[in-house]
Design a protein around this ligand. Structure first.
Ligand SMILES: [Zn+2]
Ligand SMILES: [Zn+2]
Length: 334
């Protein structure tokens, strides 16, 4: 089979690899679609270190190829929760699988989905492997993972009906946060991004207003927001989130920062702000699939474009991608 293999900073190449075979409790999946994530770009850029050589990619959908798990037969359409929890540690028993102390991470610690076939350890139906309802396409299923990240961040914002919320950074996670805030009945959603195309996408996902970072102060008109969610992972957006959140409000940090970020703590103290981190997802993964099946949210609308496996390295090193891309899906079967 072919796979896009990461060898070290800036170096990913498509090459033949042996087709993986499942051990007991595992399945293999013929990958239909696998999304390129910001974290893949951090790995490619060298700021997140992984063992090499490694096949990246963790936002995948496909069909079961071989199964050594009861209840999963070849041909079944699935998506996979890529942060595979042990299922037995205290965090897992408590349902906080994103804080499992013994995770296996597809595409980060073991081979991921930028390949024709992926091996999935710890395959458990309804926990790590989700059979797709008929109404959920392979394309929509490939964005379940980033949507789940957005659902958790939006939920942790604690914004209520009628509140005004601010979303900083309108990449995939920001777009997902906007859609879920809109779903939850928040009053007004203001989106900020440097890219006009991403701002247009934010409005299409349900934002009421969108502007560039320099126009935010004027757009808010001096009225603070109840919650601000930083999805950009930049010191300037963190500063803006703290600056514009009102008394008792919540600042959710959902970016990958990779450096020390200065925060005006007197503003946090003086306005009694809550600063809330948001990491990955737990039960949100299954909830997103249910929402897609009901039509509460349109997964395919988040996808900017589709590329073949041979084009994957150029997306990972950014030579073939654009700031306007919200989500690029690699399609190994193409
Ligand atoms: Zn991701
Ligand atoms: Zn665990």
């Amino acid at each position: 089979m072919l796979a896009a293999v990461f060898h070290g900073q800036g170096d990913a190449r498509v090459a033949p690899r042996p087709v993986p075979e499942p051990a007991e409790g595992e399945i293999t999946v013929d990958v239909d679609a696998c999304g390129v994530c910001g974290s893949d770009l951090h790995v490619m850029g060298g700021s997140v270190v992984v063992p090499t050589p490694l096949v990246l990619g963790h936002e995948l959908s496909g069909r079961v190829r071989e199964s050594r798990v009861d209840g999963l037969v070849p041909g079944t359409p699935v998506t996979v929760l890529p942060l595979l929890p042990c299922g037995t540690c205290a965090a897992c028993r408590d349902g906080r699988t994103n804080h499992c102390v013994d995770r296996i991470d597809l595409g980060l610690t073991v081979d991921g989905g930028f390949a024709e076939v992926i091996r999935v350890p710890r395959a458990r139906v309804g926990e790590t492997v989700f059979v797709l309802p008929a109404a959920v396409s392979a394309v929509a299923a490939a964005v379940v993972e980033p949507l789940a990240v957005g659902l958790r961040a939006a939920s942790l914002a604690g914004a209520e009906r009628g509140d005004r919320a601010l979303v900083l950074g309108c990449g995939m996670i920001g777009q997902a946060v906007i859609a879920f805030l809109r779903q939850s009945g928040v009053g007004t959603v203001v989106a900020v991004d440097v890219s006009p195309e991403r701002r247009a996408q934010a409005l299409a996902r349900g934002a009421d207003d969108a502007c560039g970072p320099d126009e935010l102060r004027e757009l808010l008109g001096g009225e603070p927001v109840a919650a601000a969610i930083d999805c950009a992972g930049h010191p300037d957006t963190v500063a803006a989130a703290v600056r514009h959140t009102g008394h008792g409000g919540t600042v959710v940090l959902a970016g990958v920062y990779g450096r020390r970020v200065p925060v005006t703590l007197d503003a946090v103290v003086g306005r009694e702000l809550r600063v809330q981190g948001s990491f990955a997802y737990a039960s949100e993964f299954g909830h997103v699939i249910e929402m897609l099946a009901r039509g509460d949210i349109d997964g395919e609308a988040f996808v900017s474009r589709h590329v073949s496996l041979t084009e994957a390295p150029s997306i990972l090193d950014r030579s073939g991608s654009s700031l306007d891309d919200v989500k690029v899906l690699v399609r190994p079967a193409r």
